[in-house]
Ligand binder design. Structure first.
Ligand code: AMP
Length: 399
């Protein structure tokens, strides 16, 4: 099947062709015809499945067909994304899909005055993070009363980041006469509630069951003491120096510490996390994409929206304590049909996190190194009274 069988106009087919896109991905095949009919859509799909075009194509076609011009300080369509990186990724993708519509990006970390000025003329599509959008609404820089199209992308992440209050305030300003498309990689209970609030008789499209990671990813876990993780990572990275790898830590400090360690070990490394300015994050991602940085050390939030083909390895240096985040992290590899490896490091105090991930995946993650902690029967802390030691030292003893 190709794109012109989905009801697209010749102009859009030609644009897609110029971008090298000829065959719709499964989510595009399902979502585009329904969205063109004006239906609300609930899409359950991971990043890397082509979901941006799945909502972008019908959004652009609907707005172009109406041939209206945006009135000042208004947006005809609104796309909300949880992070600056994802919002800017969506913005770039939409700009690739049309040259005829005005598309505006508003995210935190950039000058709000410049954004206010841009919005003064009105825009066809506004791509925003919820926090900055609320600030602009409060200043009277944007009125959503004219907005007839709403897209919520990676909605489960918006819930995690605590945007629920912001979403409620935004929704209250939108016209009820609108088409809404909501996308999420996972479908926790809170998401089902959110979808009931936002969507009107949605068509549910599920590309892979919630929580199921791309089949092309090979998962493995190393059982390793906390204080041995750095050495293990260096050793494994050494085995594929030419490949790009993304390494996830749980904390900002952890991500920064790791980047410094990797640099000392001779790797071209960079880090992205909440303590970095927007400019620093953009530069790190650009260098990673260009290949001058081979290892990117990241926290969950900062890594949302990284769309870099050819990330062969994703390391879960620390396991996420929200199992759904494992799915998101893995979504960074095996994008658009490439295969990838997901390598987890599990220290003694992360066994419950691993179990939660395996439960969500519905499968056991293959052991690549070390012995599962629950198989270690002579764990010293069970026999002796623990002395005051760092957690890392206790882990090494348990190993
Ligand atoms: P997304 O899931 O929207 O983040 O898209 C992931 C990647 O897939 C992006 O790099 C897109 O350019 C690419 N992509 C989107 N649609 C298609 C398609 N129909 N064929 C091939 N690649 C695609």
């Amino acid at each position: 099947m190709n794109f012109n069988e989905l009801g697209l106009n010749a102009r859009m087919v030609a644009r897609l062709d110029a971008l090298g896109l000829t065959q719709p991905s499964p989510i595009q095949k399902e979502a585009i015809p329904q969205a063109l009919q004006g239906c609300d859509i609930l899409g359950i799909a991971q990043t890397g499945t082509g979901k941006t075009a799945a909502f972008g194509i019908p959004l652009i076609m609907a707005l172009s067909k109406r041939q209206e011009r945006p009135v000042p300080r208004s947006a005809r369509g609104l796309v909300l994304a949880p992070t600056r990186e994802l919002a800017s990724q969506i913005f770039q993708s939409l700009r690739g899909l049309t040259k005829d519509l005005r598309i505006t990006l508003v995210v935190g970390g950039k000058s709000i005055n410049a954004q206010t000025e841009k919005l003064a003329r009105g825009t066809d599509i506004l791509v925003a993070t919820p926090g900055r959008l609320i600030d602009l609404m409060d200043r009277g820089s944007i009125d959503l009363g004219q907005t007839r199209f709403l897209v919520l992308d990676e909605a489960d992440q918006m819930l995690d980041i605590g945007f629920i209050h912001a979403l409620r305030r935004i929704a209250a300003r939108l016209s009820t006469d609108r088409q809404t498309m909501m996308f999420s990689a996972t479908m926790p209970k809170a998401m089902a509630e959110l979808s009931r609030q936002y969507l009107d008789k949605p068509i549910r499209i599920e590309i892979s069951p919630p929580g199921k990671v791309a089949d092309k990813v090979a998962h493995s876990v190393h059982f390793v003491a906390k204080n041995e993780k750095q050495d293990l990572l260096t050793r494994l990275l050494d085995g594929h120096r030419d490949d790009r790898a993304l390494v996830f830590s749980r904390t900002k400090h952890g991500a920064e510490r790791l980047k410094k360690h990797l640099e000392r070990a001779g790797f071209a490394a960079a880090s992205i996390h909440g303590n970095k300015s927007q400019g620093q994050r953009d530069r790190a991602i650009a260098a990673f994409k260009a290949g001058s940085v081979r290892v990117l050390s990241a926290t969950d939030v900062a890594a949302r929206g990284i769309d870099t083909p050819g990330v062969g390895h994703v390391y879960n240096y620390d396991l996420p304590n929200v199992p759904e985040n494992y799915v998101h992290r893995i979504g960074r590899t095996a994008r658009a049909g490439n295969s990838g490896r997901a390598i987890a490091f599990c220290a003694a105090d992360e066994v419950t996190d691993l179990k939660a991930i395996e439960k969500l995946l519905g499968t056991r993650v293959e052991t690549a190194g070390g012995r599962p902690w629950d198989a270690v029967t002579d764990a010293p802390q069970k026999k002796r009274r623990p002395r005051r030691r760092s957690a890392g030292r206790q882990d090494r003893m348990a190993a």
